[in-house]
Design a protein around this ligand. Structure first.
Ligand code: AMP
Ligand code: ZN
Length: 139
C-alpha cells in the first residue's frame, strides 16, 4: 500500500496524526472533516495514497463509494439530514486541496449552511457534436 510521508490523509489513515474516525477497515477510512461546512460533514478516504478519484483503482474506488453511501444513509437516519451531497474534487482546478483521494459526504438540513453549489449555464454548446467527440473516446 502506497504511503506518502508528505500527505496529511496518509498520516490520518495510518494514525500518525489524530482525527475523529467514524469507520475504518483495511482499505478505507471515514472521519469528520475538521472544517465542516455542515453538521456531520464527513470525508471517506482510501488507506493507500491515490491522487484522486480519477487515478484510483476501481475496486478500491467502489469501496470508498460504498462507505460514502452508508455514511449518507446514517446522516439521514441519525442526524435528521434532509439531503446529502456526495462530492469528490479532482485536481486543483476543481478545488482539490488535499491530493489524496477523498469523497465529501455533506448532510443538508434545509437551512443556510457553509456550502454553496451553484450551477450556472454556460453559453450555447453544440451538444450533438460534443457528444460525438466524447463517445469516440469512450469506445
Ligand atoms: P478538498 O478541498 O476537496 O481537497 O477537501 C479537503 C478537505 O480536507 C477540506 O474540507 C478540509 O477541511 C479537510 N481537512 C484538511 N485537513 C484535515 C484534517 N487534519 N482532518 C480532517 N479534515 C481535514
Ligand atoms: Zn496520501
Amino acid at each position: 500500500m502506497k504511503f506518502d510521508q508528505n500527505c496529511i490523509f496518509c498520516k490520518i489513515a495510518n494514525k500518525i496524526i489524530p482525527s475523529t474516525i467514524l469507520y475504518e477497515d483495511d482499505d478505507v477510512v471515514a472521519f469528520l472533516d475538521v472544517n465542516p461546512v455542515s453538521y456531520g460533514h464527513t470525508l471517506v478516504v482510501t488507506k493507500g495514497h491515490y491522487e484522486n478519484f480519477l487515478s484510483c483503482p476501481k475496486d478500491i474506488m467502489h469501496k470508498v463509494y460504498d462507505l460514502a453511501q452508508r455514511i449518507g444513509q446514517v446522516q439521514i437516519k441519525q442526524l435528521g439530514a434532509k439531503g446529502v451531497n456526495i462530492l469528490s474534487n479532482c485536481y486543483e482546478a476543481a478545488g482539490q486541496t488535499v491530493m489524496h483521494f477523498h469523497v465529501h459526504v455533506i448532510p443538508r438540513y434545509n437551512a443556510p449552511d457553509g456550502l454553496c453549489l451553484e450551477f450556472n449555464k454556460i453559453d450555447d454548446v453544440n451538444l450533438p457534436a460534443l457528444a460525438e467527440e466524447l463517445k469516440e473516446n469512450l469506445k
